[in-house]
Write a protein that binds this ligand. Sequence first.
Ligand SMILES: *Cc1c(COP(=O)(O)O)cnc(C)c1O
Length: 427
Amino acid sequence: MQLHNLKDSTQQVSFVEAVKTGLGRNQGVFFPDSLNKLSNIDALFEMDFVTRSSVILSHLIGDELPADTVADMVKIAFNFDVKLVEVEKNIYCLELFHGPTLAFKDFGGRLMAQCLAQFNQGEKVTILTATSGDTGAAVAHAFYNKPNIDVVILYPKGKISLAQQKLFTTLGNNIHCYAVEGSFDDCQSMVKNAFLDDEVKTRLGLNSANSINISRLVAQVCYYFEAIAQLPKEQRANAHISVPSGNFGNVCAAMIGAVIGMPVAKLSATTNQNDTVPRFMLDKNWAPNTTLESLSNAMDVSKPNNWPRVQHMLDNDWFSYDSFFSTSVDEATTQTAMKKIQQMGYIAEPHTAIAYQGLKKDLAAGSAGIFLATAHPAKFKDSVEDILGIELDMPKPLADALAKPCLAQDIANDYALLRKELLEKLA
Ligand SMILES: *Cc1c(COP(=O)(O)O)cnc(C)c1O
């Protein structure tokens, strides 16, 4: 896979380089120069998830990794289920929360860990990442106790659920966590600053595990194919997928899937009240507001890092603007949607409910609608129990994490402080 920096096309990198570097010059993200269509899509739908995912990833990555190596990596990374559940006639929920940290971030985090293990020849690596809630846990678990790797996670203090937080702040050893006095966007800026800091970058061997990392995006392409494969055959050609979107990595992966030949009639990127993209779609004016706190905190992002990639595919007509929808769902409507879904006999946490709401808004008659369940309801225990008036069972990994003490350290929203910490502790 040949990629270039979307802010500076003279920076050309291979897949391996893009995975190891994370972010390009001038904070530009890397994107493939071209994306070729897969051949024989129908045959792909007959394969099981792991086999098909190996084919898709080999196709995307190209000859930088042997196909049998990719197959081994996929087998280890994707060792849990993807389920498509019909919740209403022709409306399906794609459950992506059956991994170890109960959110879809496990797919990207675990494949990225496999990639770095392949590419890294004993050098010291520090994975520095900001989390809006679920990336932290997925990355921490994927790299926990891996030799030569330290993981530093920044999260907005008090702005993520206790379950989300405890899933990564209780691990210790090579997992170092900081609770930042600020928003996710502030955490994301601190990470970007560190990447611009040559001394920190070199001495720590910095790498980012954010969804700017291309290995995470390609991993996520795979479960969209699985969703289509699990649809009844006659509905496969006319699917409309709604993705609850914050940093826009997940919907970017869906679009990449469409570009390489997955049948998708329409894509909806549905946001919470942090609606930079929905407003941009109306007037083509990029005007991020201050980030607001929402029930769907993993989407409390007003400057989505992956938007340039999505826009690149749209502007180049790789995916039609006419088939791309982006709307925002406010807090009250999120709650109403959760209750509506409950009446159909299904329990959805806020992010999932937002995807459902966005789907219903633009779903055409006769289409098969798919909305993504990006997290297990128990990860948002408090709001789900509050809003739906029920009591949830805690899955074991969550119950275990909740019983352990938080090992995170507080830090002000000040890059100079983080820099000092990192150099003292990890360089
Ligand atoms: C990260 C996350 C999202 C948003 O995904 P993006 O790829 O950042 O758009 C949605 N839901 C949940 C539960 C998440 O953890």
